[in-house]
Design a protein around this ligand. Structure first.
Ligand SMILES: [Zn+2]
Length: 343
């Protein structure tokens, strides 16, 4: 397993309950599900509860301006929008920041910038480093097991992203190859092989190892100044899916689907991400995920023009031919084929 770099983390149980008496009048930034689990375990209530969800900068600045005088700390509790909102309140007020992620898919607790929703797109701004990230195993295991397993998506994406980065380098485009970063990303994939059965078995060490990958990825993105080792055509396909359908599903699960689709079209050992996802218990059956196979194919057909329009990093998606043979290969990879040899 990697020795992760990055923000301070405390792995355990009930850490926030032990911290609260020392916080003074604190501000909780949270969402209903994790808050219902955590609040009864705390010795005292926060001075203020800020609901997370709206990441428009005007809204976040209004929340920051309206915080009570005398507040002493901001604690983000929940998913990405809680982490991002808490980061922004810290950035605007300077109050000490604590992060309590509720799923091991949440890498937003390990990144410095807030993903603002602005003008129909996403814009990254700010620079927030928490005092500590509190990974509470009881809180994480209180979520449905399949959502915990969905947390592998943003690490599994290194499988396809590394391939695309090389494609971009060969084409003389984008960020130059960085041997150490690429080697590190390959290690994350080895770690996924190791942690996948632990995650499926409900072992704390599965969550710990996965969060250590997210932690190191957050550090490496900051060091490199880009995320090419972690974000490639699997993410671009996911963005195209959101573009053509006007909706989304859990990010980690959508990205995992993207890895299965794009590793097939890259002809890049698609059996490996399939094995890791199945071992971890990550949901990949489109029917179970509420995704119509036609939507998957529509996103794929749209992908080559989408990456050009959006100016996304160079990848196999640029100039990709999506014809009957490619669609059939993707159907076979996802088990959505309708032919007689489909099991
Ligand atoms: Zn992602």
């Amino acid at each position: 397993m990697i020795r992760a770099r990055g923000f301070d983390v405390d792995y355990g149980r009930g850490q926030l309950a032990r911290l609260v008496p020392d916080l003074g009048p604190w501000v909780a930034v949270t969402q209903p599900e994790p808050w219902e689990v955590l609040l009864p375990t705390l010795p005292g209530e926060p001075a203020e509860v800020v609901p997370a969800g709206d990441l428009r900068p005007a809204h976040l600045d209004a929340v920051a301006a309206a915080l009570q005088d005398g507040a002493t700390a901001v604690v983000g509790i929940g998913g990405g929008s809680s982490m991002d909102t808490a980061k922004w309140l810290h950035w605007r007020t300077g109050l000490p920041l604590y992060q309590v992620p509720s799923l091991p898919s949440v890498d937003a607790c390990f990144t410095r910038m807030t993903a603002l929703r602005d003008g129909g797109g996403v814009r990254y701004e700010g620079d927030s480093v928490p005092e500590v990230v509190l990974v509470d195993f009881d809180l994480m295991w209180s979520a449905p097991r399949e959502l915990v397993a969905g947390g592998i998506g943003d690490v599994l994406s290194c499988h396809t992203a590394l391939f695309d980065w090389q494609v971009g380098v060969d084409a003389g485009r984008d960020a130059p190859w960085d041997h150490d970063a690429a080697a590190r990303a390959a290690e994350y994939l080895d770690d996924l092989e190791t942690l996948a059965p632990l995650l499926a078995a409900g072992e704390d060490d599965g969550i710990r190892a996965l969060m250590e990958c997210h932690r190191d990825i957050g550090w490496l993105c900051h060091e490199l100044g880009h995320a090419r080792f972690e974000e490639g055509s699997e993410h671009f396909w996911a963005y195209a899916f959101e573009h053509v359908t006007g909706r989304t599903i859990m990010h980690g699960e959508l990205v995992t689907l993207g890895v299965l689709v794009m590793s097939t079209l890259q002809d890049n050992d698609p059996g490996r991400p399939r094995r890791i996802a199945d071992t971890a218990g990550t949901r990949t059956d489109p029917g179970v995920l509420g995704v119509d196979p036609a939507e998957i194919e529509e996103a794929l057909v749209r992908l080559p023009s989408f990456v050009e329009e959006q100016g996304l990093w160079y990848s196999v998606a640029n100039g990709l031919t999506v014809g009957p043979a490619e669609l059939e290969a993707v159907r076979a990879a996802l088990g959505t084929g309708r032919g007689p040899d489909h099991a």
